[in-house]
Write a new protein. Structure first.
Length: 214
């Protein structure tokens, strides 16, 4: 019964995305693929017959899924909804914490327009969040493509630095954020937050260096 319920939810999600949000007709296959990807993950990891057990939540890139999307758009100075239908759908899924489905939809965005830096960054963030805040080869590739598409944008180095910091790679994050700070205008709206994050990294790095070797 649980599998039937999951399949019905996937079918309902496809109807909502395809007919209400109206992505490009040629992108229906990508939407379906994203839902199938989510179902495959459920099939591999779910154990619906087992009783529930309390478990501490894994550390994620953001405790609030919606804040991750809002921060990405605010960093690029964008307040309204995205103009790209792919991004609208992907962001809606990411806001709901459905990162695997969001990543599948963002793949449609970058396939449609490989030079879309925002879509690459949204894909990278979704992949990191889906991996519980850990960097993967796929997310690193997406961050790289986002940087190549818009070298001057603050978004790719900021969120890559955030992912590095959450992965415990404090020195790498510090170097990346330090470079971003050095080229940020004095009146950049993200500057104060970036300085605060770098200061916290300084403390974490100092603790790492002071810790006795194991």
């Amino acid at each position: 019964m649980t599998w039937l319920f999951a399949a019905l939810l996937a079918a309902a999600a496809f109807v909502v995305i395809a007919f209400l949000l109206k992505p490009p007709r040629g992108g229906w296959e990508a939407v379906a693929a994203a839902l199938v990807f989510g179902m495959a993950g459920y099939a591999l990891q779910a154990s619906p017959a087992l009783p529930g057990a309390p478990k501490a939540p894994a550390q994620t890139i953001s405790g609030d899924p919606a804040s991750l999307v809002n921060a990405r758009r605010a960093l690029d100075g964008k307040s309204g909804p995205a103009n790209d239908n792919w991004l609208v759908i992907g962001d809606a899924l990411a806001r709901d914490g459905q990162y695997a489905d969001a990543a599948g939809v963002m793949l449609g965005a970058v396939q449609s327009n490989p030079g879309n830096s925002e879509a690459w960054l949204a894909l990278a963030n979704a992949l990191v969040a889906h991996a519980d805040g850990m960097l993967t080869p796929a997310s690193l590739f997406a961050f790289q493509r986002a940087t190549e598409a818009a070298p001057a944008d603050p978004g790719p180095p900021f969120f890559l630095g955030l992912s590095l910091a959450q992965s415990g790679r404090f020195s790498e994050a510090h170097g990346l954020w330090g470079e971003l700070l050095a080229r940020s205008p004095p009146d950049a709206p993200w500057r104060a937050d970036l300085e605060s994050r770098i200061a916290r990294l300084d403390g974490l790095i100092a603790q790492q260096q002071a810790a006795p070797p194991q």
